[in-house]
Design a binder for this molecule. Structure first.
Ligand code: HEC
Length: 399
């Protein structure tokens, strides 16, 4: 019963995380587009005199909109000023709660992979938590250092440091967990940018104006820089959110490098759109992105690990025995493996019919990607993998 309600909570958190994430990333895309598309008003016009730095016209949902951006701030502030922050905070809160429910509470199954490193539950969770906090502290210190004035160099260094993080996590945790923890670190940086820099800066500007003073443009500039960083983080983070469906990426021997290639492709493609908003069609960026994505496709082509030779014909009973011993603790209607509350991925392997039906998927997981049994917790041998391969080669007879 309790495990059922944990599953329901997980489902609702996932739903909410996507909803708030869409709201946040959607507004990030919108405001970057807005900023890049604004046109300066005619010199000497009323708008120019009011301090408007740029404006545009748009039509949407049957209405016409005319947003204007002030160089620093308008002469007086309206009473009703809209802020954008809750979508960021809720995305982080739901994402972190999801991380705890899906990964941290089941760390032995979902995070620890003895073939990568032998860790206790607390070590795995500690590494995950430390990577999130540490990433923010280092990133924030870099942005505040003199490097903060050199955008391209700063971007490059952040990329190299995130690669180091991905490398480190991939050498401590199972691939899926390493990916998710890199995503959680980037997500933490993004939400902390809003919480610690963008919103406080805006508050200072508003307070100054309400006190009849001129706001410090530096607060605006600093917020803008973090907001642009967040914009470039979006595509890599979105890939990480869906990466757990693509075992060929996270189970690759160089999974951290695959992740960074995907991230670089995302940043490059995002950059194309940001340039395009300014009217520049810089096709080299999507071309770089496409080349990187192709590299990932090529590099993740499965290579079968050589398996021992199997003597004689393989019978279905042999396969059943292997599956019974190595798989059904998790893949049955009521799994007995601690931490697994329902058949993972909905895959049942507890009856002959179910094994026959899942023959191809079973082969994929056991022989091709070698992801199952997860972290090889049930100690399948290479000989047994070879039996599965021989069974498939013989047409997967179910008798
Ligand atoms: C410790 C528990 C555990 C054991 C043991 C285990 N699995 Fe899994 N299996 C999982 C989990 C968790 C997932 C879900 C992974 C995901 O969501 O991508 C999964 C997913 C799968 C899938 C679906 C993957 C896909 O996306 O198509 C297959 C097929 C599978 N397992 C086969 C096996 C086979 C065959 C064995 C035995 C050799 C096995 N599993 C042993 C936990 C386990």
């Amino acid at each position: 019963m309790a495990s059922h309600w944990i599953d329901i909570v997980e489902m609702l958190l996932r739903w909410l995380h996507i909803i708030t994430g869409i709201a946040w990333i959607g507004s990030s895309f919108y405001f970057i587009w807005l900023d890049n598309t604004l046109e300066p008003p005619e010199p000497g016009s009323d708008n120019a005199k009011k301090g408007v730095a740029g404006e545009l016209w748009a039509v949407h949902g049957g209405g016409f909109y005319n947003p204007q951006k002030y160089a620093v701030a308008p002469a007086s502030l309206p009473d009703n000023l809209h802020w954008f922050k809750w979508e960021a905070y809720y995305t982080w809160l739901t994402g972190t709660a999801l991380l705890v429910v899906v990964y941290w509470l089941k760390a032995q199954v979902m995070m620890v992979d003895p073939t990568v490193a032998v860790l206790t539950t607390w070590q795995a969770v500690g590494i995950g938590a430390a990577s999130m906090v540490g990433s923010w502290l280092i990133y924030d210190a870099l942005c505040r250092s003199p490097l903060g004035k050199r955008d391209a160099l700063l971007g490059g260094i952040v990329f190299v440091l995130l690669s180091a993080l991905a490398w480190g996590l991939a050498h401590e945790l199972g691939g899926r967990a390493a990916y998710i923890q890199v995503g959680a670190s980037i997500g933490t940086i993004m939400a902390a940018n809003v919480f610690f820099v963008i919103i406080p800066g805006q508050k200072k500007m508003v307070d100054a104006m309400r006190a009849g003073l001129m706001p410090d443009p530096l607060d605006g500039k600093r917020g803008k820089q973090r907001s642009v960083h967040n914009n470039y983080f979006t595509l890599p983070v979105l890939f990480i959110m869906i990466s757990n469906h693509y075992a060929t990426t996270y189970s690759h021997p160089y999974n951290w490098a695959i992740l960074m290639l995907m991230a670089a492709a995302g940043v490059s493609i995002r950059h194309f759109f940001n340039r395009k908003h300014k009217g520049v069609l810089a096709w080299q960026y999507p071309a770089i992105g496409a080349a990187l994505l192709f590299t990932v496709g090529w590099w993740t082509t499965p290579h079968l690990v050589p398996l021992p030779k199997v003597e004689g014909p393989v019978t279905f009973d042999q396969v059943r025995a292997i599956v019974g011993e190595r798989c059904v603790t998790c893949h049955s209607p009521v799994p007995t493996f601690t931490g697994i509350t329902q058949p993972p991925a909905g895959v049942l392997l507890n009856t002959p019919a179910a094994i026959a039906q899942n023959a191809q998927r079973l082969y994929q997981q056991v022989v091709v990607t070698r992801i199952m049994p997860l972290g090889n917790v049930t100690h399948i041998t290479d000989y047994e993998r070879a039996v599965v391969a021989a069974w498939i080669a013989a047409g997967a007879p179910a008798k």
